[in-house]
Ligand binder design. Structure first.
Ligand code: SF4
Ligand code: SF4
Length: 452
């Protein structure tokens, strides 16, 4: 076990004592496991338990392992990597748990300890550092990556690569991801860099800022554009705050809480002058709301994080709660809705997106059984755990109604994963963000030609 480069909890630099065999800075919160009574009511909700049938891959088993380390009965060793990192952090177990045990939050804290005790090595460390530290936190590098992807798509190279079988040199799951890459557009942070305030259409009721996101603004800039149009259509001036950065969710899920804290501080400062931070990516919204968790041991930043988190709102809930204008134009289409885990389980937002969709004339909603079951995306889980992600996706796709034309949701990671499911299992549905549906209806109302 390498501890040489990490800050130990009992080092002079850190006043916090150790907790059982957790010995690094940023100790887990024992109250998170204290309420678990081992009842097992969470088992059926857990996608990894469904796939493996193994207690160590269940919420109850994971809580038991994490608690045992905290009580000094188990060492913090590489044996824990599999059960702790195979968790999707989907939070379905917390919804199911009668004692409200925050398994996902605990998992994130323990991953922070594990990554300090057992750091990544070799190519995994290289790839992780390259993307998580070298690219995602830097908008200019993300823009560069976006330009590269755009060139790959537009130059004909993508067509050649697909036709010649060049992609077969990649691992199967990466080649599959390549096949569902959306068309890369112009990031809104770039498009509006000289116009950081986009005025409301008609009377201004309030001013809101949007989180443009890292991957979101590269892969789904069209959804960011739709979000701006829908917000301005509903009386909001929209500000693109310049110094914002990646929310840090991918870093925290990977156990790199230190980088997560750096990004959180940057965002807290970047958005300090606005009253509303609107987010259209469920995973990012959940992370922003949970910034206070990252600063449990830092009272000054904890208070700032609390104030920041109170301003964060998912776009669907914000529109719903502020009285959005129901569109008048019809979109005659049959669709189903997938609850992104970090919207439904993470933020308790279920009815608001459905209410937005159902407000659109002509929209026929077909309920998806187990709509809040994880699709297997879970940030970059589908890259780090391709086999489990694939099994979870297969199970998810069995619940998607056959007769719908669209599958709507509120998270970009789910959109990519569900697009993969549609392609892989011979379906024909189009994947859309909930806000896009409203945007299409408003555009049609304005007489524009909307092709779904
Ligand atoms: S996490 Fe909750 S539901 Fe699961 S065993 Fe513990 S108390 Fe029961
Ligand atoms: S967060 Fe999801 S994958 Fe992890 S233990 Fe809970 S239900 Fe299982």
């Amino acid at each position: 076990m390498s501890t040489m480069t990490n800050e130990r909890a009992d080092s002079p630099a850190c006043a916090t004592a150790s907790l059982g065999n957790y010995r690094f800075h940023d100790l887990p919160d024992p109250s998170k496991w204290a309420d678990c009574v081992h009842c097992g009511m969470c088992l059926e909700s857990c996608p990894t338990y469904e796939q493996t049938g193994q207690e160590q891959h269940s919420p109850r088993g994971r809580v038991h392992l994490m608690k045992s380390v905290g009580e000094g009965k188990l060492e913090l060793t590489p044996d824990l990597l599999d059960p702790i990192f195979t968790c999707l952090d989907c939070r379905a177990c917390t919804t199911a748990c009668p004692a409200d045990v925050d398994v996902g939050g605990l998992i994130e804290q323990v991953r922070g300890q594990l990554r300090q005790a057992v750091p990544l090595t070799g190519w995994k460390a290289f790839v992780s550092d390259l993307f998580l530290k070298g690219v995602f936190p830097h908008p200019s590098r993300l823009d560069w990556l976006g330009r590269l992807l755009k060139w790959y798509q537009k130059s004909g190279l993508q067509t050649v690569a697909r036709k010649t079988g060049l992609l077969k040199v990649m691992p199967d799951h990466l080649a599959e991801m390549e096949a569902i890459l959306p068309e890369v557009g112009t990031p809104v942070r770039k498009k509006y860099r000289h116009q950081p305030l986009i005025k409301a259409k008609g009377e201004t009721k309030r001013t809101v800022a949007i989180l443009t996101g890292c991957v979101m603004d590269v892969m789904f800039s069209d959804i960011n554009e739709a979000t701006i149009r829908v917000l301005t259509r509903n009386g909001n001036d929209v500000v693109i705050v310049p110094n914002q950065t990646c929310c840090g969710a991918l870093h925290v899920h990977a156990g790199d809480r230190e980088t997560g804290r750096k990004l959180a501080k940057q965002n807290i400062e970047a958005f300090q002058d606005v009253d509303h931070v609107i987010v259209n990516a469920a995973g990012c919204g959940c992370m922003l709301k949970e910034y206070p968790e990252l600063f449990r041991h830092d009272p000054e930043w904890h208070e700032k994080a609390e104030q920041f988190a109170a301003k964060v709102e998912d776009v669907s809930k914000f529109l719903h709660d502020t009285g959005f204008k129901p569109p008048k134009a019809e979109l005659n289409v049959r669709l189903t809705y997938h609850d992104a885990c970090h919207l439904a389980h993470g933020q308790g937002i279920r009815q608001e997106p459905r209410a937005l969709i159902e407000s659109i004339p002509g929209m026929e909603m077909v309920a998806m059984p187990n709509a809040d079951r994880c699709c297997g995306s879970a940030g970059i889980y589908n890259i780090t755990h391709p086999d489990m992600a694939q099994a979870v996706l297969e199970s998810k796709m069995q619940h998607v109604p056959q007769e719908v034309e669209l599958i709507s949701m509120g998270n970009p990671g789910c959109m990519l994963q569900m697009a993969l499911g549609v392609k892989k299992y011979g379906r024909s549905q189009k994947i859309v963000h909930t806000v896009q549906l409203l945007d299409w209806a408003y555009q049609k109302e304005e007489g524009k030609d909307v092709r779904i």
